[in-house]
Design a protein around this ligand. Structure first.
Ligand SMILES: *Cc1c(COP(=O)(O)O)cnc(C)c1O
Length: 370
């Protein structure tokens, strides 16, 4: 089955008369002891709930591995990092999600791990750094500079060196990119974004094809208590059902907006791997089934002009986060720890509004900076 079909069909109750089509929201901390088939779920922090497991089954089927749901994307990220022995060496992209950077920096300063920052587009440099590391952390496309890493080559090289590879697949989603099939050991997701899709929940997932690693991640969840809520797991699975159509709509508009922004006099640079002259274009075309619904662009007038663009928008919301049905825009350099991001760079997550309404909104706000 194709991913669009898996997103709709996986994680359903048995196909039998009288069964509900959707796994219900099971709000339970504990279960009657000794129940047949439920031996491992007596306490949900340990064994999960039917609702969590339905979401895990669906995301696991899409990525080609075993999924474990967490309280947030960061809880999933932390569970993977926390598998490492104290003092491990971690290779990380010099551009990556801001809170991941904060976590690595803060706990790195306490001696938890040693960090090696790399430009993910420089495959040879990443492989050299990964040779003596315990974990290679990757994001592709990166947040927010939209750099594209050569996942297959990096995974193969790291594997040959005995280095684990984790890929944050939040931007691409398993509909556009499946890192486990390209050789990664772990995938992590902020399910808060495209999977949930409605800006109304926080959830995260890890996925790995290795049963033992998945078990270890389940143990990290249990010990840290980083459990998802029942309602959140239910809503995330409900969001996943429509992810393919939402993403297709956002992606179509993102491609169109990227072209028009590229030609706009108030824009100095657009970063979107779907643009033919983007540095990541050929790599993304080779490893992804689409270029996604997020793009970044720099405003010619600089930082203040970029802020004025955000304030001047009406349809597009000036808000953090991404992956919702509503388009959101943010000047990322205003966040702490994002000094490497150009001051006038705006990250735009394209939602399901009509592309002409989005364009009219952007065009009028940009024109006012000229
Ligand atoms: C948002 C995000 C995260 C963190 O997820 P939360 O659900 O907010 O904890 C991790 N990685 C990327 C790429 C993200 O965009």
């Amino acid at each position: 089955m194709r991913p669009e079909t898996v997103a709709v069909t996986a994680g359903r109750p048995p196909d039998r008369p009288g069964e509900p089509l959707n796994v219900p929201i099971v709000m339970a901390s504990n279960f009657r002891a000794g129940s047949p088939g439920l031996a491992t779920v007596e306490y949900s922090r340990d064994g999960g709930t039917p609702t969590w497991r339905a979401l895990e089954a669906a995301v696991g089927a899409l990525e080609g591995g075993h999924a474990t749901a967490f309280a947030s994307g960061m809880a999933a990220v932390f569970a993977v990092l926390d598998l490492l022995p104290i003092g491990s060496r971690v290779v990380v992209p010099s551009d990556s999600y801001s809170t991941l950077r904060a976590l690595l920096r803060t706990d790195g300063a306490r001696g938890r791990w040693k960090l090696d920052y790399v430009d993910v587009t420089d495959t040879d440099a990443v492989l050299t750094a990964a040779e003596s590391a315990d974990l290679l952390w990757l994001e592709s496309p990166t947040n927010p500079l939209m750099d594209v890493a050569d996942l297959a080559r990096l995974c193969a090289g790291a594997r040959a060196a005995g280095t684990l590879v984790a890929v944050d697949n939040t931007f691409a989603t398993p509909l556009l990119q499946r890192p486990l099939t390209l050789g990664a050991d772990f995938v992590v997701h902020s399910g808060t974004k495209f999977i949930g899709g409605h800006s109304d929940l926080l959830i995260g997932l890890t996925v790995t094809a290795d049963e033992d690693l998945n078990e270890q991640l389940g143990t990290r969840r249990e010990l840290a208590g980083a459990t998802p809520g029942g309602l959140e797991a239910y809503l995330a699975l409900r969001g996943l059902r429509t992810m393919a159509v939402r993403l297709a709509a956002g992606q179509r508009s993102a491609g169109e907006l990227a072209e028009r922004l590229h030609a706009h006099p108030a824009v100095s640079r657009v970063r979107y791997p779907g643009l033919a002259d983007d540095p990541g274009h050929s790599r993304a075309a080779a490893q992804m089934d689409g270029f996604g619904a997020v793009l970044s662009f720099e405003v010619s007038g600089g930082e203040q002009a970029a802020d004025r663009v955000c304030e001047g928008l009406g349809v597009i919301r000036a808000a953090t986060s991404l992956g919702g049905v509503e388009s959101t825009i943010e000047r990322r350099a205003k966040l702490p720890g994002q000094e490497h991001v150009p001051a006038s760079l705006l990250r735009l997550s394209v939602g399901c509004e009509h592309v002409e309404d989005l364009w009219e909104d952007l065009d009028q706000a940009l024109n006012r900076t000229l």
